[in-house]
Design a protein around this ligand. Structure first.
Ligand code: GRF
Length: 242
């Protein structure tokens, strides 16, 4: 969208980020917003765990944040109802799940159709669920990675927008592989959020579109952006995180 002469650039999109733990993807998103790599700002952070380390990023960057402890609720539906209200209080354009370790009720998911994203540490549709790195290693996968998708009621099952692939090394452990995938995530998530915020990527529950055309297969971060890539990426200097 072009900005008519004399008018200011579009208002930054409002992001609410949901976390449960470390929050390194939250950190990468905050940094990308602050560096104007994404036309957005993180206006709220919500954790379902009071001890989530990622809350520290919100504090450091003076971002409003709150804890909604799922243990205080009698049912998943009751928690999700309050969570939806807490999210709406921040009036977000986009809800970003970043290591938010909760199974969400269909009613909650429907409320945010087309404006809720998740990042998952595998090349979906492979390895939905937990322990993705150990499972990929056990299967002898030559490559692994992360996917960002719109959220649907099906766990890790929504339409995939973009993936980042990393090579698997012969001596990898789940921990070393997880660390390599996470470095890729920190580039992948801001890139996808940028494209959704700009309107380039759209999904309203039916056909996933990129630049107004149906997206037949997930975009690939490195191919698409000509960034660090490919099976020989290990021999290249590390790409800066963020
Ligand atoms: C990431 O690996 C993400 O793929 C998964 O949970 C992890 C969150 O990590 N959904 P962090 O809390 O952002 O560091």
């Amino acid at each position: 969208m072009s900005v008519p002469a004399g008018q200011s650039a579009a208002t930054p999109k409002r992001l609410v980020v949901l976390i449960s733990g470390r929050g390194s993807n939250l950190g990468a998103l905050i940094e990308a917003c602050e560096q104007d790599r994404i036309p957005a700002q993180v206006v709220g952070v919500i954790s379902n765990r009071p001890d989530a380390a990622g809350l520290g990023f919100a504090e450091q960057h003076h971002i409003p944040h709150r804890v909604l402890n799922h243990r205080d609720y009698p049912s998943r539906e009751a928690f999700d109802a309050d969570l939806a209200t807490a999210i709406e209080d921040y009036a977000p354009d986009l809800v970003i799940l970043a290591g938010f370790m909760r199974i969400l009720t269909p009613g909650f998911v429907d409320r945010f159709t087309g404006r809720m994203l998740n990042i998952h540490p595998s090349l979906l549709p492979k390895y939905r669920g937990l322990d993705t790195h150990a499972r990929a290693l056990a299967d002898g996968e030559p490559e692994h990675g992360a996917s960002v998708h719109f959220v649907t009621p099906e766990l890790d099952g929504g339409p995939v927008i973009m993936q980042a692939r990393v090579p698997v090394a012969p001596d990898d452990t789940p921990e070393t592989l997880a660390a390599r995938v996470q470095r890729a995530e920190h580039r992948l998530y801001p890139e996808v959020v940028r494209r959704v915020c700009s309107g380039e990527i759209q999904w309203s529950g039916r056909i996933l579109q990129a630049d107004g055309s149906p997206l037949e297969a997930p975009l690939q971060l490195d191919e698409d952006t000509h960034d660090v890539s490919g099976p020989d990426a290990r021999s290249r200097p590390p790409h800066p995180v963020g």
